[in-house]
Design a protein around this ligand. Sequence first.
Ligand code: B12
Length: 212
Amino acid sequence: MTITPDSIQQAIIMGNVASISTAVNQLLSTGVNSQHILDEQLLPGMAIVGDRFKRNEMFLPQVLMSAQAMQTAIDILKPHLVGNSEARQRHTVIIGTVKGDMHDIGKNLVRIMLVGAGFDVIDLGVNVPAQKFLEATSQHQASIVCVSALLSSTMNNMKEVVQAFRSSSDLNGTKILIGGAPVSREFSQSIGADGYAPTAPAAVELVQGFCD
Ligand code: B12
């Protein structure tokens, strides 16, 4: 199989798990950088899926197949993305997708890159209520919490998470970082979160900044 620049994007759009595995493995074996594959092929492919879904040119079962292809590709890239971990004092970060929201691809990318940067990350999964973020933070003595949302309806549940921490007597100093496609810096400020990052690498920089 010859890999053209569009092969991976096409495999994402078609939700073709077999051909995405072949294409990603082949590119890696020829020395193409994992971050380049992610930024230039996978993420633009998923953006096209999102546009087509919005315009009713793709439907939920197809988007689910694209998501599976994306996750397969990320799983293959994972050891390469986490390969450059710096020696640093270990900090524990709690991460999860907010209550009501099942989207986890972006959250998983943030987790993978935080692990790559040397953090201990506890992933609470999707549909996580505020109370569960609090309990995990206390249990793991974490100082940073990352919350993801992909739906404009669930981003409001992030406010509940921030309020739960701010009204806790021992966890009110926890740094809360939010992200996901509908979220912005302004929204982050409006709910009293400590930060917002638009991408996984930017999330890592912000978390590192909290630890300096
Ligand atoms: C894949 C997908 C799905 C998959 C999810 C599979 C999975 N395992 O995640 C499935 C098919 C299940 C799905 C379901 C639904 N979806 Co959907 N989905 C998408 C799609 C196409 C791609 C999302 C994605 O994975 N992007 C790729 C990742 C890498 O990007 P990302 O998540 O934005 O993450 C990056 C940054 O945002 C950031 N980031 C992410 N999280 C965090 C966290 C922190 C702390 C930080 C700092 C940064 C950060 O870093 C990431 C990497 O750089 C989007 C379209 C879009 N443009 O976003 C729609 C989209 C989000 N879905 C949408 C909708 C409407 C739905 C459904 C309601 C559809 C329905 N009728 O049932 C359901 C909701 C189910 C639920 N309760 O959650 C709408 C939301 C509209 C809105 N404004 O609310 C979108 C925008 C599509 C659209 N254009 O209409 N979906």
